[in-house]
Design a protein around this ligand. Structure first.
Ligand code: GDP
Length: 346
């Protein structure tokens, strides 16, 4: 009697309201549900166990201690509690700032896991872009043809490399063209490459490098493309390009190396280890940025010998966003700490 189906997220919401999980954990439930690769799911599962909160907790502790120290200096000045020196404040402020900064930096790595990246495959017609695209997808989606210039449209597909979601964009065979339809395709290819996180520039290794290849290379220079020499199964000609990765879309040779090279470029420091707890949501990023900004203000205020009452305003401004990440409330924490740390009034 009275039984009903749970609303979406009802259990998570209740767990949060009852204080069994914090906000980062509740958000991890959503990430876990949305995960499209195993790696994403692992990172979300770690967050669900509180990996982000674990990293935030010591930072918050240090903030609270500093706030308590300053509050005590102001409120109980007559009670023989000395006011903290600027050096002392700066010494305590530094680890807080670096903690927040590190966590913010984990966002870039976290973003890779969460949103994945866009990879554009470029090259002149018939070098094997579509074939390589398909090889990376391991399924036949882009149309492979033997007539140059037929891949006129952009084809995009989602795949994953080592659990990182990848959106692949196959660009129209880029070459100078008078054909209107093709020209449009070319425009869009350049657009797609401008939007992509990384571009693969494919050349045909079985033929001499053409002027078109060189032109394309020059045009893409500032995008720092990964150079791929396709059709290595047909033998390799002398090649003018350095750092060319030989692959064969036909046999699959070199494709693993290519995937590794792609990952190295996108995550030079290696992939985030799920257990280290990286932030993955834009909400967290925005909050941590606010907090860091307020901490920077605090430091400036200390350096300019601004009264502690004002410092505290900055510190509270730094604390609020941190609280908002985990969804905790802190007012009592501060009072408790002031009293427990300084034993005022027995
Ligand atoms: P695109 O115009 O750059 O997209 O080139 P396609 O992928 O359509 O390939 C053009 C031609 O090259 C097709 O006949 C493919 O079968 C062939 N091809 C593509 N990759 C390879 C490869 O690695 N080795 C060999 N031998 N042929 C390939």
């Amino acid at each position: 009697i009275g039984a009903r189906l749970a609303e979406p997220c009802e259990f998570t919401l209740r767990a949060y309201i009852n204080g069994r999980i914090d906000l980062t954990q509740a958000e991890a439930v959503r990430d876990l549900i949305d995960a499209t690769t195993l790696y994403q799911a692992r990172v979300a599962a770690q967050q669900l166990e509180g990996s982000v909160s674990r990293r935030i907790r010591p930072i918050k502790e240090q903030m609270l201690e500093l706030i308590a120290l300053l509050e005590a200096g102001i409120d109980f000045a007559e009670d023989d509690i000395s006011v903290a020196s600027s050096d002392e404040i700066l010494r305590r402020l530094e680890p807080i700032r670096s903690g927040v900064r590190d966590l913010l930096q984990s966002f870039e790595a976290g973003k890779l896991v969460h949103q994945g990246f866009t990879l554009a495959v470029a090259g002149r017609p018939n070098v094997g872009k579509s074939s390589l695209f398909n090889r990376l997808l391991e399924q036949d989606r882009a149309i492979v043809t033997e007539i140059p210039g037929t891949t006129r449209d952009l084809v995009s597909e989602a795949t994953s490399i080592e659990g990182i979601p990848v959106k692949l964009v196959d660009t129209a065979g880029i070459r100078e063209s008078k054909d209107l339809v093709e020209t449009l395709g070319i425009e869009r290819s350049y657009q797609a490459m401008a939007d992509a996180d990384l571009t693969l520039l494919v050349v045909d290794l079985s033929r001499d490098i053409t002027n078109e290849d060189k032109l394309l290379f020059e045009k893409l220079q500032d995008r720092k493309p990964i150079l791929v020499g396709n059709k290595c199964d047909l033998g390799r000609r002398n090649c003018d390009f350095k750092d060319l990765l030989p692959v064969s879309a036909l046999t699959g040779e070199g494709v693993l190396c290519l995937q590794e090279a792609i990952l190295r470029r996108l995550a030079p420091d290696g992939l985030v280890r799920p257990e280290s707890g990286s932030i993955t949501s834009i909400r967290h990023q925005a909050l941590l940025r606010d907090s860091l900004g307020a901490l920077d203000n605090t430091r400036k205020a200390v350096e300019f010998q601004i009264p502690h009452e004002m410092l505290l305003l900055d510190l509270y401004a730094a604390l609020r966003p941190i609280d908002a990440v985990t969804g905790a409330t802190t007012a009592d924490d501060i009072l408790n700490r002031i009293f427990s740390t300084f034993c005022i009034g027995k």
